[in-house]
Design a protein around this ligand. Structure first.
Ligand SMILES: *Cc1c(COP(=O)(O)O)cnc(C)c1O
Length: 393
């Protein structure tokens, strides 16, 4: 996989430049009318206009498709978007229309939550929630809503780190003829490949681990069905216009090359920090799929190659969370995740502030919860920063 990450999709420019140039152009020149005819008949794969396609976007799409389809038989295709939400909304809209229904788990990324609760209903697409997509409940929900077109999964889920059994969910969804979309942002294809477990579509916020360096907002949609990428959900990038710039694709491709290497370091640092936090008297609970105390630890061990770098902890209350955050010196207070540096944020007042307090409570987002995206600094420096901040609360 490390080899694929480095080499897949790479272009070697005829000028001899080792790294492909950034193709910052809106339109493409045709040599003559024959070139137009050959493009029109599909004979040449020429680019014509950068909203429709661009060399840097194609290169990133090939690299990501190679990683999500790693070890699989058959084609896997990808389209790149200007943001993770561009990919999430296009994946859902690619399967649904007015009068259709979606079933999702109860905890979702804040903006996805808003999309399915507030935005899609305006267009006649309704949603219901099943905690952890528990199979018997999911089966019942799908029987009650035969117009369900998508089961939407996010695992591990933000910010509670709940883990959903992808293969079991796919099995139940397929028995009702329903498609499955998985947001694989937290795990990345290095740790979890949902398409190989039967999911139809994977979506990403490439803003996070895939880029890894915090320089770009971006997204991707990956599928085992090239037609869905070409003419279904993937094609919405052209019609809705959530298009990435060539420079953003170029930066993301460079980041993606070191993803397998970075994930090894992210995961081993997260494990060390989680062990430290779980034993700390001021931390009421530590949510990390790699801990045996995590309620879905066994499912995580089965479907993931390692447990990722996202941890959330519960401190006593809002004030202790604030004192803890104010006591950190190296780690940054910031939303987003998956960067090389450790980022800490407070879901109730930041990523999930638009949810009502009641809704937050129902899904386990407490006022004292702090979410951590563990970076690739030396683990002892991360632990020391946390030790100092916890001693001051
Ligand atoms: C960040 C994120 C998104 C949204 O991606 P953007 O790039 O911010 O649009 C969706 N899902 C998850 C799990 C995320 O972390």
């Amino acid at each position: 996989m490390s080899t694929e990450a480095v080499h897949a999709g790479e272009m070697h420019d005829p000028s001899g430049s080792h790294i492909d140039p950034v193709h910052m152009t809106s339109t493409y020149v045709f040599e003559d009318s024959d070139a137009i005819k050959s493009w029109g008949s599909g004979e040449s794969g020429a680019h014509v206009y950068s909203r429709v396609g661009n060399a840097n976007r194609d290169a990133l799409a090939s690299k990501l498709a190679a990683l999500e389809g790693y070890g699989m038989e058959g084609p896997v295709a990808a389209e790149i978007f200007g943001s993770g939400m561009g990919a999430v909304s296009s994946a859902i809209l690619g399967f649904t229309g007015s009068g259709d229904h979606i079933v999702a788990q109860s905890v979702l990324y804040g903006t996805t939550n808003h999309l399915v609760n507030e935005v899609l209903p305006k267009y006649g697409i309704t949603t219901s929630r099943v905690p952890l997509l528990e199979p018997a409940m999911l089966d019942e929900e799908l029987s009650e809503n035969p117009n369900t077109k998508v089961v939407y999964i996010e695992t591990p889920a933000n910010p509670t780190m709940s883990v959903i059994d992808i293969a079991r969910t796919v099995e139940v969804a397929k028995s009702h003829g329903t498609s499955v979309v998985v947001d694989n942002t937290f795990a990345t294809p290095v740790l979890q490949r949902p398409l190989s477990l039967g999911a139809d579509v994977v979506v990403h916020s490439t803003t996070k681990f895939i880029n890894g360096h915090g320089t770009v907002i971006g997204g991707a949609l990956v599928s085992r069905d090239p037609d869905f990428v070409e003419n279904g959900g993937g094609a919405l990038v052209r019609y809705m216009g959530a298009v990435p710039s060539a420079l953003d694709c170029w930066l993301t491709s460079i980041g993606l090359k070191s993803l397998p290497l970075r994930m090894r370091e992210h995961c081993s640092n997260a494990r060390a920090l989680a062990d430290f936090l779980e034993g700390h008297p001021k931390v009421a609970r530590t949510h990390y799929p790699g801990l045996e105390s995590h309620p879905q630890h066994e499912v995580a061990a089965l479907q993931m190659d390692d447990f990722g770098a996202m941890i959330s902890i519960e401190l006593e209350d809002f004030d202790s969370a604030c004192r803890f955050m104010d006591g950190l010196s190296m780690c940054s207070l910031a939303v987003s995740l998956g960067n090389v540096d450790t980022l800490v944020q407070h879901p109730a007042s930041m990523t999930h502030r638009l949810m009502s307090e009641e809704d937050r409570k129902a899904v386990g987002i407490t006022e004292g919860m702090v979410r951590i995206s563990v970076g690739i600094e030396d683990s002892q420096d991360i632990i020391s920063d946390f030790e100092g901040a916890l001693s001051g609360i």
